[in-house]
Ligand binder design. Structure first.
Ligand SMILES: Nc1ncnc2c1ncn2[C@@H]1O[C@H](COP(=O)(O)OP(=O)(O)OP(=O)(O)O)[C@@H](O)[C@H]1O
Ligand SMILES: [Mg+2]
Length: 331
C-alpha cells in the first residue's frame, strides 16, 4: 500500500513539475515537497489501517491475562474490510472458547458437589458401622440379643451402602455414555414382569397394570428395568402401603407412554423441579430414616435421556404423583 501510494505520488509530482516549471532547482524542490506530503499521507493512512490490529493485539493481551470476556471492537473496521472480517472471526472463536470454558467450569462444579454429597452419604453408614463395632469391642453389648440387634443394624447399613455405591456407579457410567444400547426390548413383557415383582414384595397394595401388548422399543433392557424399578420403588418407599398404584403402557403414533401413578401424599410444590437432582429428597423424606439416598429419579432421568426420551412429573400434594416416561416405539 505504501509503495503504491509513493509511486502514484511520485508520478503525480513529476507530471505536475513538468507542467509548471522548466527550472531544475524548482523541479527538485517541488518534487521533495510532493514526496514528503505523499509520505506523510501514506503514514497516516497506514496508521489508521493498522489501528484495528493494534487494538486486536491489546485485546489478545487482556485475554491472555485471563479476561475472557474481552472482545475485539468492531467499530472503525467495517465487516467488509480485512480487519473487520478478522475481528468478526476472532470474536466468534472467542465466544465458542468462552462457552466451552463456562460449560467445563459448570461440569467441574457439579462433579465437586457430586463427590462431596456422595462422601457425605457414605460417611453416615460408615460412622454407624464403626459405632456398633466399637460397642461390641468394648464389651458394652450386654447379651446375645443386643449383639444380634447390633449385627442386624450393621447389615442394614451395609445393605444401604451397597445400594448407594451401585447407584453411584450407575450414574458415573451414564455420565460417560452417549446413548443406550439399541437392542429390541419387549416393553410390554418388561412392564408386566416388574409389576409382578412389585406385587410379590407388597402383596397388600392395591395395584393395577394396564399394559398394551406387543410394545417394543430400541434400548437397553437392564436400564429400562431399572427405570421402572425405581419408579415402583418410590411408590413403595414414599406412600403408605395401602395407597393404590397404577402402571400403564400405551402407544400413540411413534411414541410409547409408560405411566406410573399413585394416590399417595404427593410431592411438595417447591420440590417438584428438584426431585430429579442427585441426592435431593423432598419434604420429610430428606431424613435418611426411610433409606432413600435421593438418586432414584436422577437415574430415571439419565436412562430416559440415554434413550432419547422425555419425562414428565405431575404431583398434587395430598392427591398423588404421576410420572410419565415417553420413548420412541420400535416397529
Ligand atoms: N411417588 C412419590 N410420592 C411421594 N414422593 C415421592 C415419590 N417419588 C419421589 N418422591 C420424592 O422425591 C424424592 C426423590 O426421589 P428419588 O427416587 O430420587 O430418591 P429416593 O427415593 O429418596 O432415594 P433412592 O431412590 O435413591 O433410594 C424422594 O426423596 C421423595 O421425597
Ligand atoms: Mg427413589
Amino acid at each position: 500500500m505504501v509503495v503504491t501510494a509513493l509511486c502514484a505520488g511520485a508520478m503525480a509530482t513529476t507530471a505536475f513539475t513538468w507542467v509548471v516549471s522548466g527550472d531544475p532547482a524548482m523541479i527538485v524542490l517541488v518534487e521533495i515537497a510532493g514526496l514528503t506530503g505523499v509520505a506523510l499521507v501514506s503514514t497516516a493512512v497506514v496508521r489508521r489501517e493498522l489501528r484495528p490490529l493494534e487494538r486486536a493485539a491489546e485485546t489478545a493481551d487482556a485475554i491472555a491475562a485471563g479476561d475472557f470476556a474481552q472482545r475485539l471492537a468492531a467499530a472503525g473496521s467495517a465487516p467488509t474490510t480485512e480487519a473487520g472480517r478478522l475481528a468478526e472471526a476472532l470474536n466468534a472463536m472467542l465466544d465458542q472458547i468462552h462457552a466451552a470454558l463456562a460449560a467445563r467450569e459448570q461440569s467441574e462444579d457439579r462433579m465437586r458437589q457430586f463427590v462431596a454429597d456422595a462422601s457425605h452419604e457414605l460417611r453416615t453408614p460408615l460412622q454407624s458401622l464403626r459405632g456398633y463395632a466399637e460397642l461390641y469391642q468394648s464389651g458394652a453389648l450386654p447379651d446375645r440379643a443386643a449383639v444380634d440387634d447390633a449385627v442386624a443394624r450393621m447389615l442394614s447399613e451395609i445393605h444401604r451402602m451397597t445400594r448407594l455405591v451401585e447407584s453411584l456407579l450407575m450414574l458415573a457410567r451414564f455420565d460417560v455414555a452417549e446413548e443406550a444400547d439399541r437392542e429390541v426390548v419387549d416393553l410390554s413383557r418388561l412392564v408386566r414382569d416388574c409389576c409382578l415383582d412389585a406385587a410379590a414384595v407388597e402383596p397388600s397394595r392395591p395395584a393395577e397394570a394396564r399394559v398394551e401388548p406387543g410394545v417394543t422399543v430400541l434400548g437397553d433392557e437392564a436400564q429400562l428395568r431399572s427405570l421402572l424399578g425405581n419408579l415402583l420403588g418410590n411408590v413403595r418407599m414414599h406412600t403408605p402401603a395401602d395407597t393404590p398404584c397404577r402402571v400403564s403402557l400405551s402407544t400413540s403414533g411413534s411414541e410409547v407412554l409408560l405411566r406410573v401413578e399413585d394416590f399417595g401424599p404427593g410431592i411438595p410444590h417447591e420440590s417438584r423441579t428438584r426431585v430429579f437432582d442427585r441426592f435431593y429428597r423432598a419434604g420429610k423424606g430428606r431424613s435418611r430414616a426411610d433409606g432413600g439416598s435421593g438418586l432414584g429419579l436422577a437415574i430415571v432421568a439419565a436412562i430416559t435421556d440415554l434413550h432419547r426420551g422425555r419425562i414428565r412429573l405431575d404431583s398434587v400434594p395430598g392427591r398423588g404423583t404421576r410420572v410419565d416416561v415417553f420413548l420412541r416405539t420400535h416397529r
